[in-house]
Design a protein. Sequence first.
Length: 79
Amino acid sequence: QDGLTGSAWGDWASYTASPLRAFENELGVQAPVGFWDPLGLADDGNVEVYTRRRETELKHGRISMLATMGYITPEITGK
């Protein structure tokens, strides 16, 4: 870890050839972290695979929210 900036790799601006730069303008990218991919699923920089994974994550999140509502609603209404 870089003791001056607190960053593990130093200045992100110097990594211009990184394939992760393909995702720097996506929704949800925030300073100071930038694009955060702890599992390295987007290391290859393939935008099509990234888009498919993002759509799949949204779909599964929506399904899980509906499932939670299906579990909570009978508890609230007493039926």
